[in-house]
Design a protein around this ligand. Sequence first.
Ligand SMILES: C[C@@](CO)(OP(=O)(O)O)[C@H](O)COP(=O)(O)OP(=O)(O)OC[C@H]1O[C@@H](n2ccc(N)nc2=O)[C@H](O)[C@@H]1O
Ligand SMILES: Nc1ncnc2c1ncn2[C@@H]1O[C@H](COP(=O)(O)OP(=O)(O)O)[C@@H](O)[C@H]1O
Length: 269
Amino acid sequence: MLVFPNAKINIGLNIVEKRADGYHNIESCFYPVGWSDALEITLDEKFSFQSDGIAIPGNASDNLCTKAYQMIAADYPLPPVKIHLLKSIPIGAGLGGGSADAAFAIKALNQHFNLEISFKKQLDYARRLGSDCAFFIPNKPAYCFQKGDVFEDIDLNLKGKWIVLINPGLHISTVEAYSGIVPKRSVDDLRTVLKEPIENWKYKVKNDFEATLFPKYPLLEEIKKALYNQGALYAAMSGSGSTLFGIFDVEKDLTKHFADFTVWQGLLD
Ligand SMILES: C[C@@](CO)(OP(=O)(O)O)[C@H](O)COP(=O)(O)OP(=O)(O)OC[C@H]1O[C@@H](n2ccc(N)nc2=O)[C@H](O)[C@@H]1O
Ligand SMILES: Nc1ncnc2c1ncn2[C@@H]1O[C@H](COP(=O)(O)OP(=O)(O)O)[C@@H](O)[C@H]1O
């Protein structure tokens, strides 16, 4: 079975408070984007995990795909499989690529082996692997809160808008990014602000990680400004970085303009 785990962006990200378990409660709109890995699961004589494309830190047993398989195999009679991942989504990039791989592995195993795991149980499994992971089970625009692992539908349709993602190649660890944050409650409700015209978001829709990471990595703010100079209706960093994105009304080819970086561009669904 072949599936294509896709990335996400965060449109607005408020880091509200530190929790007793050390994590943070956040408020964010998660939106799927088309930048994707390829994940193939086939029957084999013994379990194996192998990846090509972008090198993933850690060994096969650390990979979230292996963890997803082992977690499901502990509760269901799964045969041995070979998992092959072609990694294309940058790592430590604020795009949730590892979480997407894990969630798509859960969905693929469930479907391919007719396990009949309920939607709610798939969400619970995903939550065990990472805060971002559950979002990728339904994989549709959502207002996410608590650890980012609880969500509700959001009335936001960007279908047909053009998105450009710029990854400058800095690996920013999520732990490092959260450790520099002083949490604070947001003044405006993100769901309300996102109902305003997209041109207004520039002044009201903030990613709290930008305030600590832009001074540390000035290149990130330069890329955000460059996206606005190119006519973006809205530009921001995704998650804990280092990917920046710009949303445009018209198709834009910025590959030459950002030739030093990895660029992905396409239509939003
Ligand atoms: C920042 C966000 C925004 O969407 O995305 P990325 O930039 O990583 O894509 C997420 O909150 C990242 O979620 P995810 O990458 O799944 O994080 P996890 O594996 O659960 O946690 C990694 C570490 O990040 C911190 N963490 C994560 C989530 C959260 N709500 N509060 C936290 O403090 C904790 O230190 C935790 O040990
Ligand atoms: N399949 C995977 N793809 C990417 N990273 C993975 C994967 N499995 C485990 N990881 C680990 O997760 C870490 C970051 O995950 P990733 O989702 O790419 O970053 P981010 O949360 O910033 O989007 C990496 O440092 C890597 O060691």
